[in-house]
Design a protein around this ligand. Structure first.
Ligand code: FE2
Length: 207
């Protein structure tokens, strides 16, 4: 009797990585920045506006960037097939005790970008705050709290609002995030997908 008109999903995955090593590499990328072949985020010292979420971010060393890129890419390929999504950027995120990540999304309003965003947690300190998604239907707002777990990857629409409440642990909360953009190949598939069978619609809802 009931049929869903506009639903939004996210997905959870377990990454098979050396989580301790990634954790240390993210910390190193802040403390010992290196020149590399990618530039996803400015160094904290170069961010003039402390209210901007870039202030909490860190540009990863190339080796960490590539490890994360390959690992998350294989998950996305399993879902969409090859050459449907391409990595746009990947960065580390460091939230000290008693700080929080304010609500934001990763979409680009000027380019109407189609894509996916992700967050990976190489650790899950107790009381560090769980990733929360916010969506709405009609006049109702919903906040969905995920459960943070070591090694967990969360994949979601780049336009889905999210935040993480105060880090009530005694140590820095470390995560790695990234954005994928849909390739032209996928965009063409979506244009012809009149039955909404592509998994893309699970993340973004039907238009
Ligand atoms: Fe985010």
């Amino acid at each position: 009797m009931f049929k869903l008109i506009n639903g939004i999903y996210y997905s959870e995955h377990d990454l098979d990585l050396d989580h301790e090593r990634i954790l240390q590499e993210v910390i190193d990328s802040r403390n010992k920045p290196e020149e590399g072949s990618h530039y996803s985020r400015p160094h904290q010292n170069d961010v003039k506006d402390m209210h901007h979420t870039f202030y909490e971010d860190t540009n990863l060393h190339d080796k960490t960037y590539l490890t994360m890129k390959n690992s998350v890419n294989s998950i996305v390929e399993d879902i969409f097939g090859a050459n449907r999504m391409e990595t746009e950027e990947i960065w580390g995120h460091i939230i000290p005790p008693e700080e929080q990540t304010m609500i934001h999304d990763h979409g680009d309003m000027f380019n109407d970008s189609l894509g996916l965003s992700w967050v990976y947690y190489p650790h899950a300190p107790k009381n560090a705050g769980n990733l929360c998604f916010m969506t709405n239907s009609g006049t109702n707002n919903f906040i969905y709290q995920t459960q943070q777990k070591k090694g967990k990857l969360f994949l979601f629409s780049n336009y889905l609002m999210h935040f993480t409440p105060r880090n009530a642990s005694k140590i820095d909360r470390i995560s790695v995030s990234g954005n994928f953009l849909a390739t032209n190949f996928l965009k063409n598939e979506l244009l012809q997908d009149s039955e909404y069978e592509n998994p893309f619609w699970l993340y973004h809802g039907k238009k």
